[in-house]
Design a protein around this ligand. Structure first.
Ligand code: NAD
Length: 413
């Protein structure tokens, strides 16, 4: 299919963005805004960019992950006038050059997914920082990087952490990531989850939902955690909680969703069952120690299916020798081996992005934000939840006057 058809298909399932597109075409709230974006180059991103450009923005795009890039989408965006710098499988040098090409357009707003554009601006292209007035960040790991930059005093412009929006967390991290992560694992391996043991590292928004979906398909789920509250939640939800040192020996499928590095390490891989599957749902390809796996296998690696690399650990034929199957080279499995969160989910996440850009552009000189990482204003969160419900035909109760006054009164009369 052509990229335009893929974007049209996604657009047909993104009713909130369709409504915003109509309003943006009339109101043109982003006139004059030059946006530098670093996002997954997917059909859903294409729909977001249609909304931003309809609002009057000029947009340049680089890919936030070379394995999730859909080349046909990139081509369609270029023909729609969006300067797009992305090819599937770009190496690190090309990725850096793509970010530079976006920075060369002198963005006034940045829209990031993983903080790579902002990081490049702050580390390598400081001369271009001055023109940037504000930015947004789409994902949890990017917001963690941002907060640590802000804490060290190094952040140069205010950023809205879209990743913290309740509507987005619920739709994307929770439902979209879980479904598409399991989808990616199944497409890549065609394995049966029923009766298998799935080890989920991290019981946050993503991990919790991955555990639920795997369990719903009949898997026994084991959770690994470092946070006592999250571990307690997993246990009370009915999952076994173990350290990775123990879980590694009896998992069939391992899914990392922690935002941390080296969660599955060579000592774990050395103890795994034959045929154990390793998949990462976290933002960066550091959660599974892939260089450590390469070293452990001493070069005995071969591609056995698209997106599946088999590593042989130990001497074949000798006791203890076994195979470990790494999916998507340790990158986001739901985007590399499947289509990522479905359009209905990205409808919510990207509506928050579009309204965040509108809000930043409307307010940046009237109401200068302190240079810090900010939560998305609650009004945006509620507006997106309301719009999504409207598109689904869901109606809410409205408080009576006496209910409103009861809740507002401290005396509870
Ligand atoms: N695949 C996608 O499409 C997608 C979508 C949204 C977010 N993400 C990414 O997924 C990751 C998780 O996001 P989230 O919103 O669930 O974050 P979260 O902060 O809610 O949860 C992460 C959990 O991992 C735990 N953790 C940290 N280090 C650990 C370790 N060494 N072992 C076990 N547990 C550990 C934390 O205690 C926390 O409970 C992030 O990298 C985020 O950017 C991916």
């Amino acid at each position: 299919l052509e990229g335009k058809e893929l974007i049209d298909w996604a657009a047909s399932r993104m009713a909130v963005l369709a409504g915003l597109l109509r309003r943006f075409e009339t109101d043109r709230p982003l006139l004059g805004a030059r946006i530098g974006a670093c996002l997954h180059v997917t059909p859903e991103t294409g729909v977001l960019l249609r909304v931003l450009t309809a609002g009057g923005a000029e947009v340049a795009l680089a890919a936030s992950n070379p394995l999730s890039t859909r080349d046909e989408v990139a081509e369609a965006l270029v023909s729609d006038g969006v300067a797009t710098f992305a090819h599937r499988g770009d190496d690190p040098t090309a990725v850096a050059a793509n970010l530079d090409a976006v920075i060369d357009t002198s963005p006034l707003l940045t829209v990031d997914d993983g903080c790579d554009l902002l990081a490049r601006l702050h580390l390598e292209r400081r001369e271009c920082l001055e023109t940037v007035v504000a930015g947004t960040e789409d994902t949890t790991s990017g917001a963690i990087r941002l907060r640590s930059l802000a804490q060290s005093g190094g952040l140069a412009y205010p950023v809205l952490a879209v990743s913290g929006s309740q509507a987005r967390l619920l739709a994307d991290n929770r439902h979209g990531t879980a479904q598409s992560t399991i989808d990616g694992i199944l497409r890549a391996t065609n394995t049966l989850l029923a009766g298998s043991t799935v080890v989920v590292a991290g019981y946050g928004n993503c991990g919790h939902a991955v555990a639920d979906v795997a369990s719903g398909l009949g898997a026994q789920v084991v959770v690994t955690e470092i946070d006592p509250s999250r571990a307690l939640a997993a246990m009370l939800d009915g999952y076994r909680v173990e350290p990775m040192d123990e879980a590694c020996a009896h998992g069939d499928v391992f899914v990392t969703a922690t935002g941390n590095r080296d969660v599955v390490r060579p000592e774990h891989m050395a103890a795994m069952r034959d045929g154990a599957v390793l998949a990462n749902a976290g933002q960066f390809d550091l959660e599974i120690d892939v260089p450590g796996l390469e070293e452990l296998a001493g070069g005995r690696r071969r591609r056995v299916r698209p997106m599946v690399d088999e590593y042989v650990i130990g001497d074949p034929g000798r006791p203890g020798a076994h195979r470990v199957l790494l999916l998507a080279e340790g990158r986001l499995v739901n985007l590399a081996a499947a289509d990522g969160s479905p359009p209905q989910v990205m409808d919510v996440a990207f509506a928050v992005q579009a309204l965040a850009c509108e809000w930043l552009w409307a307010n940046h000189d009237r109401l200068p934000l302190p240079v810090a990482v900010h939560e998305v204003p609650e009004e945006i969160d509620r507006a997106v939840a309301r719009l999504k419900l409207e598109t689904l035909g869901v109606r809410l109760d409205v408080m009576t006057e006496s209910q409103a006054s009861y809740l507002a009164s401290w005396g509870r009369s």
